[in-house]
Design a protein around this ligand. Structure first.
Ligand code: SAM
Length: 186
């Protein structure tokens, strides 16, 4: 199920323990107080924890573990600031741990390349999302992404036989995500 709607209001209205995992890449400019409020709702509505992407300059509060997405490419830097080649993957209370995969699947450094064909500026690599979903969910579990952008998490969840609930507030971005999720990874 995907909705063109405000993910923050939607989450607040949901009952306890209604999804299995929150896996999300929120807008980077959320104030700390909003991050804190969202985290407490993630903990309330998710049976098996949450994974949140964040920028190093704006980390979310107190995760149990950190992953790092090292982005091997960037655009030319004209900003008089250091180019950001890393994003944080913050892990909260994830108690599903599928330990039967090759050891290389459990390193906390990810170096995947963006592989989709959308023009969303913050699209994530499907291979990275696939690794997180396979490590932290089982088939049939439901994943929530309240800030789905181009729908990368939804595409991978559907292909792997997981349920998916996604929200995106921008109608044009939502339409693109909807087409992408319906088309799968092919
Ligand atoms: C960092 S991007 C997500 C990118 C996504 N992971 C992908 O692979 O394309 C965050 C998205 O959240 C959307 N957004 C921002 N505030 C929102 C809100 N309150 N509710 C739903 N979507 C929101 C933005 O329009 C943006 O597309």
């Amino acid at each position: 199920m995907i909705y063109c709607s405000d993910g923050i209001s939607w989450i607040k209205a949901q009952p306890d323990a209604c999804v299995d995992l929150v896996l999300t890449d929120p807008p980077y400019d959320l104030p700390v107080v909003t991050q804190q409020g969202l985290l407490s709702h993630f903990r309330r509505i998710s049976r098996h924890g949450a994974i949140v992407f964040a920028q190093p300059e704006r980390p979310w509060p107190l995760p149990d573990q950190h992953g790092f997405w090292i982005k091997p490419i960037s655009t030319k830097n004209t900003s008089r600031r250091y180019s950001r080649f890393v994003e944080l993957i913050q892990v909260y209370a994830c108690d599903v741990w599928n330990a039967d995969r090759h050891w290389s699947q459990y390193t906390n450094v990810f170096m995947d390349l963006v592989d989709g064909d959308t023009d969303h500026p913050y699209e994530k690599p499907t291979t990275l999302i696939r690794r997180l979903i396979l490590n932290h969910t089982s088939p049939g579990m439901t994943i929530l992404d309240p800030f789905m952008g181009s729908g990368t998490i939804g595409v991978v969840a559907e292909v792997l036989g997981r349920g998916f609930i996604g929200l995106e507030q921008s109608p044009s971005i939502f339409n693109r995500a909807q087409m992408r999720i319906m088309g799968g990874l092919s």
